[in-house]
Design a protein around this ligand. Structure first.
Ligand code: AMP
Length: 552
């Protein structure tokens, strides 16, 4: 396994292999297997582009040969940042074929994140768009070439790069006659997903060929996908949810068609559903809400839609109950994480279970513990932290030994930072979280990261970021600040954070100045009080009064 990754202990690896869960699949070889099986059926649709399974596999082979001819070799890391376009699927599988390991960056990432991903992965190449949603990615790539010592080349979506730098090549030119390439060791890392974690910058999650093949196959079975299905990839394709739950890989593996949507805009998505006969899609609650609102004025025929998966953030029961009647599709709740564990409601679950729970793990080999603050397992109905280990849950983040020592128990359970309970019938209910994260419309924002950028501003002495509930986004980002001299406006702060290269979705939605932060008895910033104050401004005053009473 790649250096810097933590393999499963031998006894677990043997157990998963003996049970047939890990069955030696090389992700790089999948498209050809699919082409042999589904040949001329349509695999991918994007705008006017329609690729059959054979065309997709051929494109992947040619692109893999093109990457290999440009020196991208086995074991190298490549940061992959593309929107929902067929080239994402082609580049990802072509990189798998060469044995290189793509690092899935979000299309919304900016200099701050890309710099970090390049540094932590030591990537030698960067695949990106030329321009996306008004942002000049080539300028970013040029900046990264100047800054990142290991970055040797950049590939830009399209036939032209718009710049003369010979290290920047149009992705369309990464194409050559297919060459024989060595197969991958299925137990090795295939690619990296990003943690939506608590640390200042995302940690890299190594996913192996074996574990991801198992995840996508199993979710595809749980969701009863077959070749007649048509999947609408609405959320960013680089999300674990869209890529593999069952997502793009699980759908293509079952012979289904994947339709790539540029964004979740209801008008365009409803047209795609109607036009392509979409049967299945995956949404975060914010997008589901948007679609339900739009349903009132968009009368498209959505009758093909059979299942809507919703996950990534807490789905409120009121919203859950509206999915069936208003979209005419069955709801499937999904609780998942790029680190591994996936829990889903099932087609034969009753309405109560589907509306109020996040279902049960997809694999009988998933081990889930719910523990109190002393690490002791709690019974049904009681709330505790969810810990997990299993055949597709990581044993350690990439090159993060110190963090791993805290994020995992000694016996390899991943501490999710999520609070959960279990119903009498064994269903999981996500009750909240103890990790310092804001989940804004399904995007995970590390509070520590935003705070570190805020305090870099010369006028900010201290910053504490908390979530505040929001009807549409689920949560928004609320920053409490202690000023150093004059107070700065939210507008100016946003400008300064953007200038530091922070992705837009991480910018605070609201700021509030305070004289000092409330502290816990251990002297840490008391975020519970701040989170309450973000909801009810009186909470801070109540806290101050209570402190004064204690002191007197
Ligand atoms: P990510 O790895 O970015 O998909 O984020 C995983 C995290 O999203 C989980 O650890 C939870 O905090 C949160 N999450 C995912 N699905 C749900 C859900 N159905 N309900 C509540 N939180 C969720």
């Amino acid at each position: 396994m790649l250096d810097g990754c933590t393999p499963w202990p031998a006894e677990f690896a043997a157990r998963y292999a003996d049970a047939g869960l890990w069955n030696g699949v090389d992700l790089g070889g999948l498209p050809r297997t699919w082409a042999d099986r589904y040949g001329d059926d349509i695999a991918l649709v994007h705008g006017p582009t329609r690729l059959t399974f054979t065309e997709l596999a051929d494109r992947i082979d040619r692109t893999a040969a093109g990457f290999a001819a440009r020196g991208i070799g086995a074991g190298e890391r490549v940061v992959l940042q593309l929107p929902n376009v067929p080239e994402f699927v082609v580049a990802a599988f072509a990189l798998f074929r060469t044995g290189a390991k793509p690092v899935f960056s979000l299309a919304s990432h900016r200099a701050n994140e890309i710099r970090h991903l390049l540094a932590v992965s030591g990537a030698s190449a960067f695949v990106t768009a030329r321009e996306h949603r008004g942002f000049d990615h080539v300028a970013l790539a040029e900046q990264m070439l100047a800054e990142a010592p290991e970055l040797r080349q950049v590939f830009v979506l399209g036939a032209e790069t718009g710049v003369a730098d010979p290290r920047i090549t149009p992705l369309a030119e990464v194409c050559a006659d297919p060459v024989p390439l060595l197969p991958n060791d299925p137990s090795d890392v295939a690619f990296f997903l990003l943690s939506g974690g608590t640390t200042a910058l995302p940690k890299l999650i190594p996913r192996t060929h074996d574990d991801y093949a198992y995840q996508t196959r199993t979710t595809s079975q749980v969701c009863e996908i077959d070749a007649a299905d048509v999947y609408l990839a609405v959320l960013p394709v680089e999300f674990n949810f869209t890529w593999g739950c069952p997502g793009v890989i699980g759908m293509l593996g079952a012979g289904a068609t994947v339709v790539l949507a540029d964004d979740p805009d209801p008008q365009r998505c409803f047209e795609l559903i109607e036009h392509e006969g979409v049967t299945f899609t995956s949404l975060v609650p914010t997008v589901a809400h948007l679609w339900l609102e739009a349903r009132e004025w968009l009368g498209n025929d959505l009758s093909s839609l059979a299942t809507v998966q919703i996950g990534g953030a807490k789905l409120q029961p009121e919203l859950a109950a509206r999915i069936g009647p208003e979209l005419g599709a069955r709801l499937q709740q999904v609780f998942g994480m790029a680190e591994g564990l996936l829990s889903m409601t099932r087609a034969d679950d009753d309405d109560e279970t589907v509306v109020h729970t996040q279902g049960r793990p997809i694999s009988p080999h998933d081990e889930v513990r719910i523990v109190d603050e002393h690490g002791v397992d709690v019974g049904p109905g009681a709330v505790g932290e969810l810990l997990t280990r299993g055949p597709y849950t990581l044993r350690g983040y990439y090159r993060a030994a110190e963090h791993n020592a805290r994020a995992f128990t000694a016996d390899g359970f991943y501490r999710s930072g999520d609070l959960a309970s279990r119903t009498g019938t064994g269903r999981l209910v996500i009750e909240g979280r103890i990790k310092d994260v804001v989940i804004r419309g399904g995007d995970k924002i590390s509070a520590v990261e935003v705070e570190s950028h805020l305090v870099a501003h010369p006028r900010i002495a201290a910053a504490a970021v908390v979530p505040v509930p929001d009807e549409f986004l689920g949560e928004r980002t609320f920053a409490f600040l202690v000023a150093d001299g004059l107070r700065t406006t939210l507008h100016e702060l946003k400008r300064a954070l953007r200038e530091r290269g922070l992705a837009d979705y991480k910018l605070p939605d609201r700021v509030e100045y305070v004289e000092a932060f409330p502290l816990t008895p251990l002297g840490k910033v008391d975020k519970k009080v701040l989170a309450a104050a973000a909801r009810h401004p009186d909470a801070l005053r109540d806290w101050a009064h209570a402190e004064l009473r204690k002191a007197s």
